[in-house]
Design a protein around this ligand. Sequence first.
Ligand SMILES: [Zn+2]
Length: 273
Amino acid sequence: LPSGGIERQAIEAGEVDAIVDYAGSNIIVLATARRALRRIAAVTNAQRDNDGPRVANAVLAALPREVYEQLAPGLEPVRLEFGQVLHEQGAAFRYVYFPIDCVVCLLAAADGKRTAATGVVGYEGMIGMSLVFGVEAAPVHVKVLAAGAAMRMPAERFRMELSRCPPLQRALYHYAYLELAQAIHMIACMSYARMEQRVASMILNIADRSKSRDVFLTHDCLAATFRVRRVSITLAAATLRARKLISYNRGAIRILNRQGLEAAACSCYKGQG
Ligand SMILES: [Zn+2]
């Protein structure tokens, strides 16, 4: 560049970060920009070192690093929206999902139409567990109760990875037991727990998994999940509110007294402790 020219002046004034040399297919990053990039890289690396690898799903995070790196190319980040149906009863799973901060509800279908909640899945688990046992379809409805992020993997690829990856099998067998235990507790609660206990459990189950004290859940949604009339939910929620355990406004529920709400919850919540 000619000295004293306009380009040279701009460079000297620090207004230019890089020069693109089209003829030589070259990009020359100038010193100030290079320093800035190095600073950003240093900060990002320091964050990564402090937080460990950025895998927030417990099943994936428990895998040895080389196993995770083998799975990673098959994983795709997705955002799941409130109310989205991830799986219809009886259909084959097209994907498995590893939730990060979304929460889904497993609904057992009795006769194709009537369903009841048998489980809540978040960052601790996986959706599509029937594939772990070689079953393509499952008699569950899977619905998103709290929007958020997840990683998903095509079912075909998951089967292949599972067959060659004992650490993944072990992690998922362990989780399968937790999911089964939760279903047993929730079924017992259907018969024996009071509605306010069940509502308290559901709020805590969702709050824990979305790592927040705020839960978005309308009375209609809870009524559909528990297969009860809306008025039962409204009464249960009013009781919890009167005890100053929660507040709510148009489906926005906030936990005010966590210990109190835990004490009010039934065994499908406490049973996991
Ligand atoms: Zn319960």
